[in-house]
Design a protein around this ligand. Structure first.
Ligand code: NOJ
Length: 733
C-alpha cells in the first residue's frame, strides 16, 4: 500500500530512471481503439509513449493495456484510463443542468458516486467531469452539461460531483479522479456558438467564471482540463496567465492539467502559434501537463529541449504531477482494486439502488412552471381516458440526453411504459406520436393526435429536443421547440382538452408562443434512465415537484444573455418606466427623458426567473428578520424567514438567500445567490428557516483585484426565486 507521504519520494525515484521519451510519453493521452488493441497502440504502450488512454471501456482490453504497461515496459508505469462519464456511466442520471435544478447537492454527490462505481468496474479511473463552466447563454449546446448561470450554484454542484467521484480517498475501490473543466470562460462563447471566442474582463472572470473552478480546487479535484476557447485573445491551452499565474501561483493548485482534445494542436489554428512545434512549446510553457489526442509534445518535445527552448525542469514538473496522480489512485498496487478488474457482469450496472437514485434525482430535477386551475396533480380515480402524445413520449434513447457514451436505451423506462404500468386497465390510453421526431416538419400525424386528445380527459404531451440538439458543438440560434411542435400543441389545445406539456430538452426552451395554450407545463430536461417513473410520480402526485430553474428562461432569444444577477446599470428599467413599442406614438420625437435599458418589442422581464418553480401548493414567506443590522469584518449575522404551506398538498420548498452589495469599487450584481435550503412542509405547516451570513459571503474581486468585502450597505432577500420581493438591509462596517 502506498502512503501519501511516500508519494513524492516514489515519484522522484521513478523520474530519475526515466528517459525523455518516457517522460513525454507520460504527458501523452491517446485514444483507444474501442474494444480491440491495434498493433500500433500496443507498440506505443510498450515503447512507453503513452501515459493515458481515452475512450476504451472494454475491461479485458483495459486490463491488457495495463498489463502491457506494467509488464512489458522497462519502468512498469500503469495507465490513466479516462472517459467522459458526465451524468452517469450505465445508469444515466438527469443531465447536469437538470441535476442543478434539483438544488440537492447531496443527491448529486450520490449520483456521481454511483457513476464512479460503475465506471471503475470496467477499469476507468478518471472522468472528465464536472463541467463547471458558468453558462448564461442557452443557445450554447453545452449548457446541458453545466450547472447553469450562477457561480454559487456551479460551485456547490461542482464540489458535490468532485466529492462523489473521488470519495474520501482516490485509492478507495470505486473512486475515480475528477476533472474540473473547461478552464476557463468557455461558457461565455460569443452568441452561444461553441468554440467561439470569449472576451471577459478580469473582474468578471474572477467573480463569475473562475469561482466554480476555485471551488472544485478547494474540494480537492484531482485534475483540470483547459478549454477549447480563446480567452481575451489567448487560447486557454496556451494561456500562461490562467494556468500559471492564477491556477498555480495564486491558488496553489498542485494537481495535473490536461488539454482538451487536440486543443494544443489547435493553438496554431487559432493563429496563436505558427505550427505544432510552437504549439507544444506554448502549451508546456503555459502549464499543460498532458496533451489529449494530438501528439505535439511527443513529436516536438525532443527538439524543443535540444534547442534549449524548454528545459528538463518543466518536463519533470509535468511528469511529477501525472505520476503523483497514478500513485494516489493506487494504480501501482497491482491488485484487482488498484489496477486490474474482473470482467464485470450485467448485475454490476443499473441496479435497483442506482435506478432508485436516478428516479429520485429525476423527480427533484423537474421544474413545474405552469399549473393553471391546479390541473396537476392528476387523480387516476377521476380519469377514464388519457391521451399520451408527442415524439418523446416513448423514446428511451432521447430521454437520456447528451454525452452518454455508455448509457443504453434498453435500460430506459419511458413515460409511456411508466404510464401504462401506473394506469393499468382502469384508464384508457390513447396514444399518438403527433410528429415523427422533435424536428419533424411534416404534419401528417396531427389528425390522429388531435382525435386522441378529443377523446381524452387530459392530454399529456411529451415534447422537447432530441439529445443531439444540445451538447458539444450542438448550439441553436432559435431555442423554441424545434420542428412543428408549437403547431402540434396549438392544434391539440383547440380540442379544449386540458394540455399538460412535459418538455424534455438540453436547455431552457422558449415557450412564449405556446404557454397560453397549455394548462400545465413542466421542464423535465433530459431526465435519464428513469424518466418515465419519475414523471409519472410527479404528474399523479405521488411525488411533489421541487425542482427550481438553474437558469433564467427568456421570453425571446433576442434577450440573451439574460440572467438574474446582471448589473443595475445607470438607467435601469422597472414596471413604471418600461415602454413597449406599441405604446410609442408614431413620429414620436427623440428625447433623452425616460430612456431605460430595455427592448422595445419584448418585455424586459424573464418568462420565468432563475430559481423559479411551482409546488402543488402555496408557500408563503413572512417575517424576514436579521439578528443584527450591522456586522464587522469578523462577525456573522443570522437572517431568518417564516415559510408556511398554506395549501392542501405536501411541499418541498427551496428557500433561497440573495444579497446585493449596494455600492462597490466595481459595480455589483443586482442580486447574488449565497445560500439555499430545501425543506419539507406538510399542509398548514410553518417553519422558520435561518441562514448565517459572514463577511466571507460578501467578498468579491474588487477594482484592485483584491478578494475582499467592501464596507457599506447590503440588501438581503429570502424568497422562493430570484425575482421575489421580500428584503431587508444590513451594513458591513
Ligand atoms: C472534448 C470536450 O470538450 C471535453 O469536454 C471532453 O472531455 C473531451 N472532448 C474528451 O472527450
Amino acid at each position: 500500500m502506498t502512503h501519501s507521504s511516500n508519494i513524492p519520494e516514489l515519484v522522484n525515484s521513478l523520474l530519475q530512471k526515466m528517459t525523455l521519451t518516457q517522460k513525454l510519453g507520460q504527458m501523452s493521452q491517446v485514444s483507444g481503439n474501442g474494444g480491440t488493441i491495434s498493433d500500433e497502440l500496443a507498440e506505443q504502450v510498450r515503447a512507453g509513449l503513452v501515459g493515458s488512454i481515452i475512450n476504451e471501456v472494454d475491461t479485458d482490453i483495459i486490463n491488457e493495456l495495463q498489463r502491457i504497461a506494467l509488464e512489458e515496459t522497462s519502468l512498469g508505469i500503469p495507465l490513466l484510463i479516462g472517459r467522459d462519464v458526465i451524468h452517469g456511466f450505465k445508469t444515466i442520471f438527469p443531465i447536469p443542468l437538470a441535476q442543478a435544478a434539483s438544488f440537492s447537492p447531496d443527491l448529486v454527490e450520490q449520483a456521481a458516486h454511483i457513476s464512479a462505481l460503475e465506471a471503475s468496474k470496467v477499469g476507468i479511473n478518471w472522468t472528465f467531469s464536472p463541467m463547471v463552466d458558468v453558462s448564461r447563454d442557452p443557445r450554447w449546446g453545452r449548457i446541458a452539461e453545466s450547472f447553469g448561470e450562477d457561480p454559487y450554484l456551479c460551485s456547490v454542484f461542482g464540489q458535490a460531483m468532485v466529492n462523489g467521484y473521488q470519495g474520501s480517498s482516490l485509492s478507495d475501490a470505486g473512486a475515480i479522479a475528477a476533472c474540473a473543466k473547461h478552464f476557463a470562460g468557455y461558457g461565455a462563447s460569443e452568441s452561444g456558438r461553441d468554440y467561439a471566442s470569449t472576451n471577459i474582463p478580469e473582474t468578471e472572470l474572477r467573480n463569475v467564471y473562475l469561482r466554480p473552478f476555485f471551488a472544485a480546487h478547494q474540494a480537492g479535484v484531482a485534475t483540470f482540463m483547459t478549454s477549447f476557447g480563446d480567452l481575451n485573445g489567448v487560447p486557454a491551452s496556451g494561456n500562461q496567465w490562467l494556468l500559471q499565474t492564477v491556477l498555480r501561483d495564486e491558488w496553489q493548485y498542485t494537481g495535473m492539467v490536461v488539454s482538451d482534445w487536440d486543443s494544443v494542436k489547435q493553438l496554431a489554428t487559432h493563429g496563436f502559434t505558427e505550427n505544432d512545434e510552437e504549439s507544444a512549446h506554448a502549451a508546456i510553457t503555459a502549464g499543460i501537463d498532458m496533451e489529449m489526442s494530438s501528439a505535439t509534445f511527443r513529436y516536438h518535445g525532443p527538439s524543443l529541449l535540444a534547442d534549449k527552448r524548454l528545459d528538463m525542469t518543466s518536463i519533470d514538473q509535468a511528469v511529477r504531477k501525472i505520476l503523483h496522480l497514478k500513485f494516489k489512485l493506487g494504480l501501482f498496487s497491482n491488485d484487482t482494486s488498484g489496477l486490474f478488474r474482473p470482467t464485470p457482469s450485467e448485475a454490476d450496472f443499473v441496479t435497483s439502488a442506482s435506478r432508485s437514485l436516478a428516479k429520485k434525482i429525476a423527480i427533484e430535477s423537474c421544474v413545474l412552471l405552469e399549473n393553471k386551475k391546479q390541473l396537476l396533480p392528476l387523480n387516476k380515480a377521476t380519469l377514464s381516458n388519457v391521451a399520451i402524445i408527442g415524439p418523446l413520449a416513448d423514446d428511451g434513447y432521447e430521454q437520456l440526453g447528451t454525452w452518454i457514451f455508455d448509457g443504453e436505451e434498453r435500460h430506459s423506462i419511458t413515460c409511456l411504459s411508466a404510464l401504462q404500468q401506473y394506469l393499468g386497465d382502469d384508464v384508457n390510453i390513447h396514444l399518438a406520436k403527433g410528429l415523427a421526431s422533435t424536428r419533424s416538419l411534416e404534419s401528417d400525424l396531427f389528425d390522429e393526435a388531435i382525435s386522441c386528445a378529443k377523446n381524452a380527459d387530459v392530454a399529456l404531451v411529451f415534447v422537447g429536443e432530441e439529445s443531439i440538439l444540445s451538447g458539444e458543438a450542438h448550439c441553436r440560434a432559435n431555442i423554441e421547440l424545434p420542428g412543428l411542435q408549437n403547431e402540434l400543441i396549438k392544434a391539440l389545445a383547440q380540442t379544449g382538452t386540458p394540455i399538460v406539456a412535459v418538455v424534455m430538452a438540453g436547455r431552457p426552451i422558449i415557450v412564449e408562443n405556446i404557454v397560453d395554450h397549455l394548462d400545465a407545463l413542466m421542464f423535465a430536461w433530459h431526465p435519464g434512465t428513469m424518466a418515465g417513473p419519475a414523471i409519472v410520480e410527479l404528474l399523479f402526485g405521488q411525488a411533489t415537484p421541487s425542482g427550481r430553474l438553474p437558469v433564467t428562461v427568456p421570453r425571446h432569444v433576442g434577450q440573451i444573455p439574460l440572467y438574474y444577477s446582471q448589473k443595475h446599470g445607470g438607467k435601469p428599467v422597472n414596471e413604471d418606466t418600461y415602454i413597449h413599442m406599441n405604446d410609442v406614438p408614431v413620429r414620436a420625437a427623440q428625447t433623452s427623458l425616460g430612456m431605460v435599458s430595455a427592448h422595445l418589442d419584448v418585455h424586459y422581464t424573464a418568462r420565468y426567473p432563475f430559481g423559479f418553480g411551482l409546488n402543488y401548493t402555496d408557500v408563503e414567506y413572512s417575517d424576514l428578520a436579521l439578528d443584527k443590522d450591522s456586522i464587522g469584518a469578523d462577525d456573522e449575522l443570522t437572517v431568518s424567514v417564516k415559510v408556511k404551506n398554506t395549501g392542501k398538498c405536501e411541499a418541498t420548498e427551496t428557500v433561497q438567500l440573495y444579497i446585493r452589495d449596494r455600492v462597490g469599487s466595481v459595480t455589483r450584481p443586482i442580486k447574488e445567490l449565497i445560500g439555499f435550503r430545501k425543506t419539507h412542509l406538510s399542509p398548514g405547516e410553518e417553519k422558520t428557516i435561518s441562514f448565517v451570513i459572514s463577511s466571507g459571503d460578501l467578498k468579491f474581486y474588487n477594482i484592485h483585484m483584491h478578494h475582499t468585502a467592501e464596507k457599506g450597505v447590503f440588501d438581503v432577500w429570502i424568497g422562493p426565486h430570484s425575482a421575489s420581493e421580500i428584503s431587508a438591509q444590513f451594513s458591513l462596517s
